[in-house]
Design a protein around this ligand. Structure first.
Ligand code: ATP
Ligand code: MG
Ligand code: MG
Ligand code: MG
Length: 468
């Protein structure tokens, strides 16, 4: 039952088309009209107004493969077999139409009859109070009750908005993939029981204050990880070895002169770069630019983190631009717009990478000096003003400084960093007021095309200009 990532995506959407779903293309990563979200992190996110009844959906049944970014998982990338910052979520949605019975039956039908996952390896979880879901799994599907696990945290929500109890499907990948602990089972954080699909029975609307109001109509929101299911179908040990990511690893290994699978340390770096390479390409393609705040900061952090992992493997030159070609090829069928925007994406990456590369080595030297001193003196916490200097002068996102410190069992004085940052902001604001007229804009008549945001030196004054 081997299947490429593209085939799987297609198969999923075709299956739900056969169940009367309208197939829509992925929405962009930047949420539309949703100030509660920085980036789309689930297939349901663009559909919030359809669930709450604020807007009428084009059809009561929709299915998508949605581009998602979850920065909350950034530390997991490369350390677990299953987490990415960028991934695709396959989903089917019912807006006041079908409910639990159909959602469960169709998920089971797709997994067992269309992509042939072994029935006896599938486990499910339900909310402890959801007897309805229990009965459906037991009676309609015929799943043995030992493989229906009740879990307290089976309630799904993403910020304020539609939410509800859920039922998740796991596949047992075998004892040899487990952590070996006595308690290892569904929900264990190791690689044995892989969560592949979450079926959410959306029945409440949560407000900002945390109140749950039952929705007038019951809905279905499901999310299945494309890369995870692909790893199962391709019989790979992790998402990173599937055709959706491995070409990036192969390429980067060549550039770094290392071999994948030889050292845990370089494997993590190769995986981080593969993951982050996809994220930055898709983010820039969707109109995000590196900056010091919001989604632009997420992008900057991801890109700089990738550069650092390149350095960890001894890559000294700029190398990220070439990854764009590989990502564009991987997504040629699903997201042809990435190919169309390739040169633009490369331009943004080249500029950001070059800028960071020039200062990274110097910053690392400074930081390593401090680390050596700290280790010697037994001081466990790096002064916040030093972290700020690394940020301000060398472009180190504070999270990067913290990550490096953690590798040495050291801490960061984050409060001190924040304080230094706010003093600097105040100073910049005052300077900006003085200087407002002195910033010379480029000759706009020559310029056209996409917007790029530029920082002007240490004054922090920001001007958005048009880039030819
Ligand atoms: P996990 O417990 O493994 O972190 P989750 O419970 O946070 O996953 P959900 O919010 O239920 O994930 O998302 C629905 C599905 O999307 C998951 O079942 C999984 O297949 C996929 N998924 C979630 N997060 C990621 C990620 N960071 N990378 C890849 N796939 C993911
Ligand atoms: Mg998670
Ligand atoms: Mg989970
Ligand atoms: Mg889940």
């Amino acid at each position: 039952n081997y299947m490429t990532g593209s085939e799987l995506r297609k198969k999923f959407l075709e299956f739900f088309a056969s169940k009367d779903h309208l197939i829509l293309p992925s929405y962009p990563l930047i949420p539309e009209d949703d100030p509660t979200l920085l980036l789309i992190g689930a297939g349901m996110a663009p559909f919030k107004p359809f669930f709450t009844g604020k807007m009428k959906p084009p059809r009561v049944r929709i299915s998508t493969s949605q581009k998602c970014v979850r920065t909350g998982d950034i530390e997991n990338v490369g350390r677990t077999a299953r987490h990415h910052t960028f991934f695709e979520m396959l989903g089917n949605f019912s807006f006041g139409d079908y409910f639990k019975k159909e959602a469960i039956a169709w998920a089971w039908e797709f997994l067992t009859e269309h992509i042939y996952l072994p029935k006896d390896k599938l486990w499910v979880t339900i909310h402890p109070k959801d007897e309805e879901a229990f009965e459906i799994w037991k009676n309609d599907i015929g799943l043995p009750v030992e493989r229906i696990i009740r879990l307290e945290d089976n309630f799904w929500e993403i910020g304020p908005g539609p939410c509800g109890p859920c039922s998740e499907i796991y596949i047992d990948l075998g004892e040899e993939r487990g952590c070996g602990s006595e308690e290892c089972g569904v929900g264990c954080n190791c690689d044995r029981f892989l969560e592949i699909w979450n079926l959410v029975f959306t029945q409440y609307d949560r407000d900002e204050a945390g109140n749950y109001t039952p929705l007038a109509k019951k809905n279905i929101d499901t999310g299945a990880g494309l890369e995870r299911i692909a790893s199962v179908l391709q019989n790979k040990k992790s998402n990173f070895e599937t055709d959706l990511l491995f070409p990036i690893i192969e390429h980067t290994a060549k550039v770094a002169g290392v071999t994948y699978g030889r050292s845990a340390k370089t494997d993590v770096s190769l995986k981080v770069i593969a993951d982050h390479g996809r994220s930055m390409t898709v983010m820039i393609g969707d109109g995000i630019l590196p900056s010091n705040e919001g989604r632009g900061y997420v992008l900057r952090r991801i890109l700089r983190r990738a550069v650092r992992h390149g350095r960890l493997m001894g890559i000294e030159k700029t190398f990220l631009v070439d990854i764009v070609d590989i990502v564009a090829a991987i997504f040629a069928e699903a997201y042809p717009d990435i190919t169309d925007k390739k040169e633009y994406i490369k331009k943004v990456i080249r500029q950001e990478e070059e800028r960071f590369q020039t200062t990274l080595a110097q910053g690392m030297e400074l930081l390593n000096g401090h680390i050596t001193e700290m280790v010697k003196s037994g001081n466990k916490t790096l002064n916040g003003t030093i972290a700020f200097q690394l940020y301000d002068t060398f472009g180190f996102p504070w999270e990067l400084t913290l990550e490096i410190l953690l590798e040495h069992d050291l801490e960061l004085d984050k409060a001190g960093f924040d304080q230094a940052m706010s003093i600097q902001r105040e100073r910049a604001r005052a300077a900006r007021q003085d200087n407002e007229e002195k910033i010379v804009l480029p000759d706009l008549s020559r310029l056209s095309g996409e917007k790029l945001s530029h920082d002007f030196g240490a004054s922090n004054a920001k001007v958005v200009l048009l880039w030819k």
